[in-house]
Design a protein around this ligand. Structure first.
Ligand SMILES: [Zn+2]
Length: 72
């Protein structure tokens, strides 16, 4: 590798909102907090799930009534 042209690419810990943790490398250089990962994304689990980030689904249900979203 050529000297002094490559960015710092350290190992970082990634924490998902489902509790899953794994390590990767990133030029970001800090621990990452993510909403969805390969352990909990419906594409990989095969189960349908409403990804309710920040209560947005509930906000929609409050505003437009019961168009499908169930109250928790
Ligand atoms: Zn996850």
């Amino acid at each position: 590798m050529k000297a002094d042209i490559h960015p710092n690419y350290p190992a970082v810990e990634v924490t998902c909102s489902c509790g899953n943790k794994f390590e990767t490398r990133s030029t970001f250089g800090k621990a990452l907090a993510i909403d969805v990962c390969n352990e909990c994304h419906p594409f990989y689990t095969g189960k349908q799930k409403t990804l309710d980030t920040g209560g947005r689904v509930q906000k929609f249900a409050d505003r437009f009534g019961a168009f499908g979203a169930k109250k928790a």
